[in-house]
Design a protein around this ligand. Structure first.
Ligand code: PLP
Length: 343
């Protein structure tokens, strides 16, 4: 099977497994795991933030950020198809007691003027705007990169209104690779950042949240409250360090593979690539084949390719380091056969 469902499906590399075996560990709830501390320092440094915290997942990282920034009854501004709104099981409502104010973006980017207009003024009837969240890359927009300039404009508006900004940067390193900038260039326009070690970077487990020392101090307590205090977590941090220092440099290969995949798919009768491929995600409309996404995914499955339904007639393919060039060729051939079988 060639697995293009996500970049989360990769297995830890040989080097990662060795690093796990050899990791120096301690009890991280006591702050005594040297490998976790090293990872957190390194991550903070790369993002240009004062401090960072290893968390269990991207969802936990985003939720800890919301809980740390906001009080119940507040409102958060976020893009209409953002992960926090769309894919986190309603956690901001269930755990944070906050309500959402969504703004439809263009290729994942919210119009700064719309964000400005959505920030609540002082009125007894209004909730307080507690947070603005920006997703970069934007998953449902097909791995679109939110430009640094857009982030800067929103950040300036946020600062003028004393509202904190969070980046849901599950794939922030893909955004940096796609835009030809450093992750710091994005992170400078946010108070806090979440990124996943376990997506394109290939670590088996974990995400990082970063921000000021004060923010991370509170976030650590929220992490404990959510059951995210892990003991000898150096076992997890060790492959995370490899992800952060080495794997980020090869993301360009995934992006080149995604562009190649998109080009080939666009040449197949009945298939149309929906997104401008900027990173490692390709979204394909299968409507013209006269099937829905579920049916096409089933056809792909019988040809040895795993992909994910992404809408009634949309299918998502995500390139990752476990898919070799040869496998990509095989996947393209299999997609062609699957499309022919629908006709
Ligand atoms: C995957 C993802 C998350 C959540 O990460 P998990 O580790 O799966 O909880 C959050 N935001 C975005 C944009 C994502 O793509």
């Amino acid at each position: 099977m060639i697995d293009l469902r996500s970049d989360t499906v990769t297995k830890p590399t040989e080097e990662m497994r060795k690093a796990m075996y050899e990791a120096e560990v301690g009890d991280d709830v006591y702050g005594e795991d040297p490998t976790v501390r090293l990872l957190e320092e390194k991550a903070a440094d790369i993002l240009g933030k004062e401090a960072a915290l290893l968390v269990t997942s991207g969802t936990q990282g985003n939720q800890i950020a919301v809980l740390t920034h906001c009080r119940p009854g507040q409102e958060i501004i976020l893009e209409a198809e953002s992960h926090i709104f769309y894919y986190e099981s309603g956690a901001v409502a269930a755990l944070g007691g906050v309500q959402t104010r969504t703004i439809a973006g263009v290729r994942g980017a919210m119009n700064p003027e719309s964000v400005k207009n959505a920030i609540r003024g002082v009125d007894i009837h209004y909730p307080v705007t507690g947070l603005i969240s920006i997703e970069n890359t934007h998953n449902r927009a097909g791995g679109a990169v939110v430009p640094v300039e857009n982030m800067k404009e929103i950040y300036e508006i946020a600062k003028a209104n004393q509202v904190p900004v969070h980046i849901d940067g599950a794939r922030l390193f893909n955004a940096a690779e796609g835009a030809g900038v450093e992750v710091k260039d994005f992170a400078q326009y946010a108070d806090t950042v979440q990124f996943c070690l376990s997506k394109g970077l290939g670590a088996p487990v974990g995400s990082i949240i970063a921000g000021s020392k004060e923010f991370i101090h509170s976030a650590r307590k929220w992490r404990k409250m959510l059951g995210g205090g892990m003991r000898q977590a150096g076992i997890i941090a060790a492959p995370g360090l490899i992800a952060l220092t080495k794997m980020k440099d090869r993301l360009g290969e995934d992006h080149a593979n995604a562009r190649k995949l998109a080009e080939e798919i666009d040449n197949i009768d009945g298939l149309r690539v929906e997104n401008k491929v900027e990173t490692n995600i390709v979204v394909v409309d299968v409507k013209e084949l006269g099937v829905n996404s579920e049916e096409f995914v089933a056809h792909l499955y019988s040809e040895g390719v795993l992909a994910g339904g992404f809408g009634p007639t949309s299918v998502r393919f995500v390139t990752n380091f476990d898919v070799s060039d040869a496998q990509l060729e095989d996947a393209i051939a299999a997609i062609l056969i699957a499309a022919k079988k629908c006709k």
